[in-house]
Ligand binder design. Structure first.
Ligand code: F0G
Length: 458
């Protein structure tokens, strides 16, 4: 089969109809939503690129798995299937199901962090950093500088900068660092991978300093695809083999299965250490559910186990990332400033460049995301200063270099024509950009403010 094409290795068996709206409808809807795309009704959206989380299309096999749910309170057959699948594909010996990724982050943070600790990571993720902070830790960004530069073409912008890690040890001492959190295909950097070479060095660093290595494996299959494409030593390995090798280098993992593994809900905390597992079992019953379901129905654990096996198939991930690359290339050809290289799950528009007339304090990415919706019904998400939030000590806004709008592609959902419509919508907005105004808060939630904040035009 030609590798020049990213054509989908599946065909469509069922469709969901979507509503077409007028510009007037959308203007009213965005005002009602306080210029926050999270507060729109999904019915009012034409092409929904808000997120790739929980919105993928399940396969006929996954739906068949739904019918095989064993809804026993304790010891569901589907839990054992999930546990065995995690060990077979991801290497981790113990699995604690959770309702989704942040459930696992909560349990992990409570167990491993003591107040006053520092947790280094290859860029922050919103919920991950919040759970670290709620447990009393300070997050420290140790990703390479190139990751903060939307123009840099570095092939592995998810890599760790060891000077930054060493500087942290010099400053606070290794005893204050319970673990390092490494995300694969770093979301906030633009869906950018870490190389296996760099991860191996992180492993060695952790061994030298007696620090645990925790893996945010939410998009590990996409990362493995980039390793196969860009890291010479791995060009003949399968994505499944690379995924296993990545996981095998780490001690524990949090997983939001709503992404890679193509389920609508679910996640887990996984690890190799029996004592850690025992503690996690003690906490999962407090926050999620019994350790053999952790907030998931039996049927959902079954769909997840099957989704894991589908997510690491080469032809699947080739088409999945291929579609994202297609959208990114078309936008670039149209002269739209985007984050380079194009990511694994999304194309990120460079809002500070597109809306250079709006200062960062007036939320250019938020304004761009709202304008894009009004123009065409395409829903995107702000990933800039609003998402970054405030420093918990000083109350000051974090001011990320990356002021972005994310066009996130659900897996197996939209067609090439939908991607073409999206390109048309973004170029429309580009042409009218001088008419877009900055925003100010009318309501600012204390935590994870981007989800529920409301704005008005300045
Ligand atoms: N880690 C990463 C890298 C994520 O992207 C997410 C979720 C989580 C953890 C938390 O998982 O949502 O299941 O609780 N990201 C979604 C997004 C929400 O749209 O990027 P969760």
């Amino acid at each position: 089969m030609s590798t020049q094409t990213w054509a989908e290795p599946y065909k469509i068996k069922m469709v969901e109809l979507i509503k077409m709206t007028s510009r007037e409808d959308r203007l009213a809807a965005i005002e009602k939503a306080g210029y926050n795309t999270f507060l729109l009704r999904s019915e009012d959206v034409y092409i929904d690129l808000l997120t790739d989380s929980g919105v993928s299309a399940m396969s006929d096999r996954q739906w068949a798995g739904i019918m095989m749910g064993d809804e026993a309170y304790a010891g569901s057959r589907n839990f054992y299937h999930l546990r065995d699948t995690v060990e077979e594909y991801y290497s981790y010996r113990y699995t604690v199901p959770c309702h989704q990724g942040r459930g696992a982050e909560n349990i992990l943070s409570q167990i491993l962090i003591s107040p006053g600790d520092y947790v280094p990571g290859n860029m922050y993720f919103t919920t991950t950093r919040l759970h670290q902070e709620l447990a009393g830790a300070t997050f420290v960004d140790v990703i390479i500088d190139e990751a903060h530069d939307p123009e840099s073409e570095h092939p592995f912008k998810g890599n760790v900068d060891f000077d930054k890690l060493d500087a942290l040890v010099d400053e606070v001492g290794q005893d204050k660092i319970p673990y390092i959190c490494i995300a694969t295909c770093v979301n906030m950097a633009g869906g950018q991978p870490i190389s296996l070479e760099n991860l191996r060095q992180v492993r060695a660093w952790c061994d030298r300093h007696d620090v645990m290595l925790v893996h945010d494996m939410t998009r590990v299959a996409e990362n493995a695809h980039f390793i196969q494409q860009r890291e010479d030593a791995y060009k003949d390995k399968t994505v499944r083999e690379i995924v296993y090798e990545i996981c095998d280098l780490t001690d524990a993992a949090t997983m939001s299965s709503k992404k890679d593994a193509m389920v609508n809900i679910g996640g887990f905390l996984a690890m190799n250490d029996a004592k850690f597992y025992e503690k996690a079992c003690g906490l999962v019953v407090v926050y999620e559910g019994l350790h053999t379901y952790g907030g998931m129905a039996g049927r959902d654990m079954e769909a997840l186990a099957i989704g894991i096996t589908e997510s690491v198939q080469d032809e699947h991930i080739h088409a999945r990332v291929g579609q994202v690359q297609y959208l990114g290339r078309k936008l670039r050809e149209a002269g739209v400033p985007i984050v380079n290289p194009i990511g694994g799950h999304a194309v990120f528009l460079n809002a500070s460049k597109m809306l250079a007339h709006i200062p960062q304090e007036h939320f250019p990415a938020q304004a761009l995301s709202a304008a894009l919706y009004v123009d065409s019904g395409v829903r995107s998400m702000e990933r800039g200063i609003v998402s970054a939030g405030r420093n918990k000590e000083t109350g000051e806004n974090y001011k990320p270099n990356l002021e972005l709008v994310r066009l996130t592609i659900p897996r197996r959902v939209y067609t090439q024509a939908h991607m073409d419509v999206t390109v048309g919508a973004v170029t429309d907005v580009m042409e009218q950009r001088s008419t877009i105004k900055g925003l100010r808060f009318t309501y600012e939630p204390e935590m994870l403010r981007f989800f529920q904040a409301r704005f008005e035009p300045i």
